[in-house]
Design a protein around this ligand. Structure first.
Ligand SMILES: C[S@@+](CC[C@H](N)C(=O)[O-])C[C@H]1O[C@@H](n2cnc3c(N)ncnc32)[C@H](O)[C@@H]1O
Length: 239
């Protein structure tokens, strides 16, 4: 996926999920003196929101220079740098929280990432991987309801929750647990879908894409489209 090319649309359309932010704030127990690393920070939405909420010191890494350029515009003294999940260029035990949102399916060597996350966390620090489970992918509204062809390629590229839990245990994490957050909303402007601001829309044929947009336009004639945004948060503790 070419995130350099997607960066502008991403910045225009993607926002922080309120349930994800609430959970990151409450379950991580971070405060003003905490050190936080976001892996695959993209345009920096979550890092900026966390820092704004608790005043922690934040780093964001991403391999896309275009995403980072947009993240840096948000200011706030956050250190945004080029980097990959598989090789975290930070010292041992540098962070209280390491997290990623919507990234783990892009990480080629997930075992390496989880080992690296464990290395850079202090003892008692937490890892949070925010992702989609198979159930969430199958129930997506509106992606699955309107673009059903996205389901199979998405199931291919997202790791299963069981697989991630096993890799976390191998990497040294304890107290591994998951939680689902959801937020209902209505959609009256489908520009984000027309702009393909969701990477799954790049995985289907043009014909399937156009059919999905036509479904959305038809539904919009009866009023805003009811939607639900769900995420699974997978937590682990460095013992
Ligand atoms: C769907 S975006 C999510 C961005 C941000 N976390 C958010 O939720 O707004 C996925 C991001 O993962 C980044 N990415 C892809 N492969 C990566 C890797 N191996 N390590 C770290 N980040 C990666 C992409 O450049 C992109 O910015």
């Amino acid at each position: 996926m070419d995130y350099d090319a997607l960066a502008a649309d991403y910045a225009r359309h993607r926002r922080v999920h309120p349930g994800v932010l609430r959970s990151l704030l409450s379950a991580s127990e971070i405060g003003a003196s905490s050190r936080v690393l976001e892996v695959g920070c993209g345009t920096g939405n979550y890092t900026v929101a966390l820092q704004g909420a608790v005043g922690c010191t934040c780093w964001g890494i991403d391999p896309s220079e275009e995403m980072l350029a947009l993240a840096r515009r948000s200011g706030g003294g956050i250190l945004f740098r080029m980097g990959m999940a598989e090789r975290l260029e930070f010292d041992l035990e540098s962070f209280d929280l390491v997290f990623s949102v919507d990234v783990i399916h892009h990480v080629a060597d997930r075992a390496a990432y989880l080992r690296e996350a464990c290395r850079v966390l202090r003892r008692g620090g937490k890892l949070c991987t925010v992702t989609d489970s198979e159930e969430i992918i199958r129930r997506r509204q509106p992606l699955t309801t309107h673009f059903p062809e996205t389901v199979e390629p998405e199931l291919q590229r997202y790791p299963g929750v069981g697989e991630l839990k096993a890799l976390m245990a191998e990497a040294g994490f304890g107290a591994v647990e998951d939680a689902v957050v959801e937020s209902a909303y209505v959609l009256s402007d489908i520009q984000a879908y027309r702009d393909k601001a969701f990477s799954s829309l790049h995985l289907i044929s043009d014909r399937a894409f156009r059919a999905g947009i036509a479904r959305m336009e038809r539904d919009l004639r009866d009023g805003p489209i009811p939607c639900v945004s769900r995420y699974l948060l997978l937590w682990g503790l460095k013992p």
